[in-house]
Ligand binder design. Structure first.
Ligand code: NAD
Length: 505
């Protein structure tokens, strides 16, 4: 039996529970339908076949979940860190035990290829282990002395928090946002993306089987403008961790203004990969190709603008085009597939519209540019490379969020930096050069929250993650996550019987 056929059979077994029971909300330790009983259909971008009826939560469901999180907060915030650590490790164990089920479900729900999703499931477990081990230090602070006074800081969990996640790699991103919140002692209301809601229901189920008390983690499915909006407006929710589009971030900021919430925003990107002629060009081409065509290009840190020194532009873009043409597009459960179908027909149309934009703007389509031959159904797009582009074109400025790369030549370092920074976004930057001094100089001037030098995006979990400009506000990763989910309190002790001002005495 072929691997694909075998995988499809397994996937059908894993998906049967969703066909039978749909995707429910999860409140106070129990699965439940939306309060008004309504549902929406989730379908697979592979063939648009329905996967599940999903609870269509609204403001009333969010209110129920937020009240549940508020009640659970009193106890959970006081649970000893060693106990929180144990529970978080058990959640990680549960993820590892069900890694295949999670990966297969994610592939069919999102269209992402199995070769990446099996790693994403395990990375989800790693996120829980990492923050489990940090739970004990979440409350730590500093002592600051001055004459007559000792200041001691401590951190306390901020309260119930709302987590709103996107559809591109929903399982991994949910673990990345929720694990530190729980480790800090916060309770959570999670609103997963409506395009890919399946694995969020597996995740909250695993957490409760691992012994997480009822109400500590509630999940409400629904639409952004409805359930998502209600979450951002709810007075019991003290902070919003949001991953999604920049314009949704702006909306959330407005919606949450009346309740004065704290935000962490991880938004869109149009990230430059800058290749100088002195770089190891083979490795640079591999990394550029990996960062734009892995995860279907539906990746916030994708290297979607390729800036190449003019002297090697033709040679380098030809090497990238050759690789792009060899990439296998196909069913996400085929182990050989690199690029699967994009998440949804609406997104497919958006990505395909940029093929026309590129032609109208006068760029050359050096690879791809359409639907792959033979894949007539599903949201499949060829790995695409636009060359002869300039930085002011829409294909160079707008986040396409698909397997589509725009290559622009530059004359020298000054121009390279200008082009790299001449964009609204500022999430990630990639730099390829053998000149150490230039690498230090250039990387410090790139307007990006994260810069990788002579590397693709590889994550070190204690390092900060986040963007500047339209790519986000705030950082998470390591201790930065605790800073977001916790309030810092300063307690000042008098160390002498100093003179207290006497008024009216
Ligand atoms: P999106 O902004 O459309 O939706 C994200 C989430 O927000 C969904 O759960 C949605 O239901 C919800 N939402 C929508 N409107 C809302 C509202 N008014 N109030 C509250 N919630 C609302 O994003 P998407 O299309 O799902 O995801 C793709 C985007 O996410 C891309 O721009 C990508 O760059 C970005 N992203 C960023 C990072 C990062 O770390 N910076 C990571 C992954 C994805």
């Amino acid at each position: 039996m072929s691997d694909l056929k075998n995988n499809l059979e397994k996937a059908q077994r894993y998906l049967q529970r969703f066909k039978d029971k749909g995707v429910q909300n999860f409140v106070s330790g129990e699965s439940r339908p939306a309060l008004d009983g309504t549902t929406f259909e989730s379908s697979s971008p592979v063939d648009m076949a329905p996967l599940a009826d999903v609870a269509l939560g609204k403001a009333a469901d969010i209110d129920l979940a937020a009240r549940s999180s508020r009640e659970a907060f009193t106890e959970w915030s006081q649970v000893d860190a060693t106990e929180r650590k144990k529970i978080l490790h058990r959640i990680a164990d549960g993820i590892v035990d069900r890694a295949e089920e999670i990966a297969f479900t994610e592939c069919l729900d999102t269209g992402q290829a199995l070769r990446f999703m099996s790693k994403a499931a395990l990375r989800g477990a790693e996120n829980f282990r990492f923050f489990a081990d940090k739970a004990a230090e979440a409350r730590d602070g500093k002592s600051l002395f001055c004459p007559g006074q000792m200041n001691v800081t401590c951190r306390v969990p901020i309260g119930p928090v709302g987590i709103i996640t996107p559809w591109n790699t929903p399982f991994m991103l949910s673990t990345w946002k929720i694990a530190p919140a729980l480790a800090a002692g916060c309770t959570v209301v999670h609103k997963p993306a409506e395009f890919s809601p399946l694995t969020a229901s597996l995740l909250v189920e695993i957490a409760h089987e691992a012994g997480l008390p009822p109400g500590v983690w509630n999940t409400i499915n629904g639409l952004g403008e409805d359930a998502g909006k209600a979450l951002t407006e709810h007075p019991d929710i003290k902070a919003i961790g949001f991953v999604g589009e920049s314009r949704t971030g702006s909306m959330i900021m407005r919606q949450a203004a009346d309740t004065l919430k704290r935000f962490h925003f991880e938004l869109g990107g149009k990230n430059p990969v800058v290749v100088f002629a002195d770089a190891d060009l083979e490795r640079a081409a591999d990394a550029a190709v990996f960062m734009i065509y892995s995860l279907n290009g539906e990746r916030c840190t994708s290297s979607s603008r390729l800036l190449v020194e003019a002297s090697i532009y033709e040679e380098f873009t030809a090497a990238v085009a050759a690789r792009a043409k060899r990439i296998k597009v196909g069913h996400p459960l085929d182990p050989d597939t690199v690029v699967g179908p994009l998440i949804h027909p609406e997104h497919f149309d958006k990505v395909m519209s940029y093929m026309d934009v590129a032609r109208q703007e006068g760029a050359t389509i050096a690879a791809g540019g359409g639907r792959p031959e033979g894949l007539t159904r599903g949201c499949y797009v060829e790995p695409t490379l636009f060359t002869n582009a300039s930085n002011d074109m829409r294909i160079s400025q707008e986040e396409i969020f698909g397997p589509v790369l725009t290559a622009i030549p530059f004359a020298d370092e000054v121009e390279a930096l200008k082009l790299a920074n001449d964009v609204n976004y500022g999430l990630a930057g990639y730099l390829w050069t053998a000149d150490v001094t230039r690498a230090m100089r250039f990387s410090q001037s790139m307007e990006a929250g994260m810069v990788w030098v002579n590397s693709e995006n590889t994550r070190h979990l204690p390092a900060p993650f986040g963007g500047m400009k339209a790519s986000g506000i705030g950082r998470d990763g390591g201790d930065w996550s605790f800073d977001f989910y916790m309030e810092t309190r300063n307690i000042a002790f008098a160390t002498t019987n100093h003179k207290v001002p006497k008024l009216g005495g």
